[in-house]
Design a protein around this ligand. Structure first.
Ligand code: ZN
Length: 91
């Protein structure tokens, strides 16, 4: 179906702690598959919804991907080793 949301996959660069684009214009299935493959490779990948199809065929020149990666990097706080247990026991 043509109106399904396209996805961008971004990967966290362990050296800079910033996200960088890995792929774009993916279907949801392809995006999940890619993230799984990357996580098997110990890479932190994220899927970002695209508003529109990215026109740039060259990922490194795609401004929309760059923006997605940058905003993800910004919302990412300092990554510490300890995972915060979500102990929200609201009963
Ligand atoms: Zn893109």
């Amino acid at each position: 179906m043509s109106n399904s949301t396209l996805k961008t996959v971004i990967v966290l660069d362990p050296e800079t702690q910033e996200y960088k684009p890995e792929a774009h214009n993916l279907t949801a299935d392809a995006a999940v598959e890619l993230v799984n493959r990357l996580s098997e490779d110990n890479q932190k990948a994220r899927v970002v919804d695209q508003k529109d199809r990215h026109r740039s065929s060259d990922l490194s020149k795609c401004k929309l991907c760059k923006q997605a990666a940058e905003s993800a990097s910004e919302e990412q706080p300092e990554v510490t080793a300890e995972e915060s247990d979500s102990e929200s026991v609201a009963t």
